[in-house]
Design a protein around this ligand. Structure first.
Ligand SMILES: [Zn+2]
Length: 285
């Protein structure tokens, strides 16, 4: 019997899961510490986008100093990413200055935290076509915008990665409920994996007196067996590994040249393709 739906291949996230959740928070402020505690309590993972020349600007939304930043993020499961050295709007400085903003930011974070830093959140959500062109040569693998997609798709271009929505968005909880209720593996169409991606600034919870908003969201999204909790960088790296899978001409065999296990669904079955392995798909269900 011919089932067209079963002949299509779908990426599944780590562990074969259909859904992933990530968070991206900007500016390296004191309130990040409380936010990290909430994320940790619910098993959520996040990316924190840090500037590197504004540590003493406490008046600017209560930024952490260098030592507080280090203590908050060193050796934690969360990712640290670029947000520009001085939080300048990349569309309002010469290209060379913009490049310097990113390279100096990346170099500082990498040396301070002993990691490779490959993510970026555009300060003010701003970028130019010239910046977009140079990001790959600067070692930037993904860059988050400040534009709400109100959807759960992975981006076509990781350098223009629109999150689902900001945490103050009035549609936040409606989006979360829709995401939780969705079941891509049980659908005839729309079987693509889903990502729920929230961004913001932790100081906004202090300013608006609404930490309960994040507590509610974290409780709603956390602890789910069908969700992969990952940083933005982990999701980008995973999707890249998936995109680098090599298939035989008839699509019945796949080779994974990457160093990450990758999961794929075909004909109602989910396969783990381990690093360096070649897998033959079953013909029948
Ligand atoms: Zn910012």
């Amino acid at each position: 019997m011919f089932h067209q739906m079963y002949e299509e291949k779908y990426m599944r996230f780590y562990g074969g899961k259909c859904k992933a959740v990530t968070f991206s928070y900007d500016d390296g402020v004191k309130a990040d510490k409380r936010l990290v505690e909430i994320f940790d309590r619910h098993g959520l993972k996040a990316t924190f986008n840090l500037n590197s020349k504004l540590f003493d600007c406490e008046r600017w939304h209560g930024r952490m100093d260098e030592q507080q930043t280090y203590i908050t993020f060193y050796n934690r499961p969360h990712e640290i990413a670029m947000h520009g050295a001085r939080h300048v709007s990349l569309d309002k400085v010469p290209l060379a200055e913009g490049i310097n903003e990113l390279v100096s930011n990346k170099t500082y974070l990498e040396n301070r935290f002993g990691r490779i830093v490959e993510g970026l959140a555009y300060a003010y959500g701003a970028y130019t076509e010239d910046i977009l062109r140079v990001l790959p040569s600067l070692g930037v693998k993904y860059a988050r915008t400040a534009k709400s997609a109100y959807g759960f798709s992975l981006p076509d271009n990781f350098l223009l990665w629109d999150p689902t929505c900001h945490h103050t968005d009035e549609r936040l909880f409606a989006c979360a409920e829709k995401f939780i209720a969705a079941d891509p593996a049980g659908e005839l169409k729309h079987r693509e994996p889903l990502l729920f991606f929230v961004w913001g600034h932790a100081y906004e919870f202090d300013d608006n007196g609404d930490w309960d908003r994040m507590e509610t969201l974290a409780a709603q999204l956390g602890g789910r067996q069908d969700v992969w909790y990952a940083t933005c960088g982990e999701i980008c790296a995973y999707k890249t590994a998936y995109d680098n899978l090599r298939f035989s001409s008839d699509g019945e065999r796949v080779y994974n040249p990457s160093c990450l296990s990758v999961w794929i669904e075909l004909r109602g079955r989910t396969y783990e393709i381990k690093p360096g392995n070649t897998v033959q798909f079953d013909k029948e269900i």
